[in-house]
Write a protein that binds this ligand. Structure first.
Ligand SMILES: C[S@@+](CC[C@H](N)C(=O)[O-])C[C@H]1O[C@@H](n2cnc3c(N)ncnc32)[C@H](O)[C@@H]1O
Length: 481
């Protein structure tokens, strides 16, 4: 039997107000304000409606090959929970924190406990340096057995008692613990800790200063997301940030009733609509409607599969509701809204990747001239051997970027998401792949554009669309007239 979400039944009017897409002019205005804001680096781009494909990003000046077009700040992002074991990063900006020694020691410590989930990483996107290494270098493709280090050495790495040669060349900001006391989130600065707290973490922190209504329910919600789909954690950040924004708007409204217009009749709904704005420009469909059917599900089982996905979302939502429900923001706890938020992330997110300073460190040692290299390697080799092939694991997660997510896909793109040497945080960096003329659309490829047509088509089905770029129209099946 189909599950019924009571809030959907009760608050139909409010939910449809939240799900009504803002006018194209409103969307353009909102996004172009982001382009102009000082917190983003945007060069020569604008967002416009693209007749067929909704909105798109366009060049508003001639752009050169290799030019930086955009450094986009995420709306919400997360580090995959399995990756948290391998990399200690700022929970807000995703910079590595602590020290090279702490990163290595912590990984070895957890490895010894049997919890490390290190896996190979997206080096291709980041560093070309390792290409010149011979097989004896740190990134040899031959799998290396890990050689454990004594416990005392691992502890000295973690507590600062042991310094590795040249590690000061890769200094990292000290790890600032979460002000809520959760011991889960760490930051690269007090500023990041405060920003995260204000944006969403105050409601999602499991520590003693948490503002959640039930920390036990929150722990259960997090566990369920980790066991099923960590996009639920991102959806929780979106819900939490809407509630917190609503509360701030309400305080401002109460302080100055005159200046805040009551556009939708009820101040609650108009304030909630304002707080919801960042999501309203991005969502389109419900998760269980747009998710691609997995290969192992028969087409005849499609309806049952979609129902299961809806039930999974409902279970997650009920847990979240028990943890952070707010009566004044009740409509955003409806299954309709939750389904739209999840789909927005599933269809538009970009992989979050930050290169590891530990990898850089060992590459640096590998590049030292002899005889110094031999001497230093005498000290560092045991650490590399203990890490094995996992030494290069980078920070991996997923994030929604408001401007990058407006970029349409092309199988022969003129731009690409590409981290440069200096891009050491979770922002999305978009670079021109070729010269782009003023007025031309800026496109990126959501998949490997060098794959054959059928494979690209199958991968793009996960993004919920059939590509209509010139290359696919050329290579795809021709419609007979
Ligand atoms: C990340 S969004 C890009 C921005 C989008 N046009 C909008 O209005 O929000 C991806 C969506 O844009 C559309 N899209 C992007 N590239 C496309 C392409 N090459 N062919 C067909 N649809 C495309 C699809 O609807 C897809 O789900």
């Amino acid at each position: 039997m189909e599950i019924v979400c009571p809030i959907d039944a009760e608050l139909g009017t409010e939910i449809s107000a939240l799900l009504t897409p803002p006018s194209p002019a409103d969307v353009e205005e909102y996004l172009n304000e982001l382009i102009q804001s000082s917190s983003r680096q945007c060069n020569g781009i604008t967002v416009k409606q693209n007749g067929e494909l909704g909105k798109g990003v366009y060049a508003d000046s001639d752009l050169k090959e290799g030019e930086l077009l955009l450094k986009d700040q995420m709306l919400v992002g997360l580090q995959h929970s399995s990756n948290k074991i391998d990399c200690l990063v700022c929970s807000f900006c995703f910079r590595f924190v602590g020290s090279v020694e702490l990163q290595i020691g912590r990984r070895l410590y957890l490895q010894e406990l049997g919890v490390s989930a290190g896996r190979d990483c997206c080096e291709a996107d980041y560093s070309a340096e390792d290409e010149d290494l011979d097989d004896s270098g740190p990134s040899s493709s031959i799998y290396k057995e890990k050689v454990p280090l004594p416990k005392g050495i691992v502890e000295s790495l973690m507590n600062g008692g042991l310094k590795l040669p040249y590690s000061d060349k890769f200094s990292l900001p000290p790890a600032v613990p979460c002000p809520g006391g959760c011991k889960e989130a760490y930051y690269c600065s007090k500023q990041c800790a405060e920003s995260d707290w204000d944006l969403s973490h105050s409601l999602l922190c499991t520590g003693e200063r948490s503002e959640a209504i039930s920390r036990e329910a929150l722990v259960e919600f997090i566990q369920h997301a980790n066991d099923t789909n960590d996009i639920f954690l991102l959806a929780a950040k979106a819900v939490s940030s809407t509630i917190l924004k609503y509360r701030k708007l309400k305080v401002a409204y109460s302080e100055d009733r005159e200046k805040t217009p009551n556009v939708a009749g009820s101040p609650h709904l108009s304030l909630l609509l304002k707080a919801w704005k960042p999501i309203s420009v991005g969502h389109k469909r419900r998760w269980w409607d747009c998710i691609a059917l997995p290969f192992d599900v028969e087409p005849s089982d499609e309806a049952a599969f979609r129902m299961q996905i809806r039930e999974l979302a409902f279970t997650s939502l009920e847990l979240l509701k028990a943890a952070i429900f707010d009566e004044e923001c009740k409509p955003i706890f409806s299954l309709e809204i939750y389904g739209h938020i999840i789909a927005m992330f599933e269809l538009n997110n970009l992989d979050l990747v930050v290169a590891s300073p530990v990898e850089d460190y060992f590459l640096y040692i590998d590049d030292l001239p002899n005889p110094e290299k031999k001497e230093v390697e005498g000290i560092t080799r045991p650490f590399l051997d203990a890490l094995g092939d996992d030494y290069s694991v980078c920070c991996q997660g997923t994030a929604f970027y408001p401007l990058q997510s407006c970029m349409n896909h092309s199988c022969s793109p003129n731009a690409k998401a590409f981290k440069r040497e200096e891009d050491r945080d979770g922002q999305a960096t978009i670079i021109a792949l070729k010269p782009i003329s003023k007025g031309e659309e800026v496109t990126i490829s959501y998949v490997d554009e060098d794959l054959p047509y059928e494979e690209r088509r199958a991968l793009l089905a996960d993004y919920g669309f059939k590509c209509r770029c010139p290359k696919c129209l050329e290579e795809g099946p021709k419609l007979c007239d």
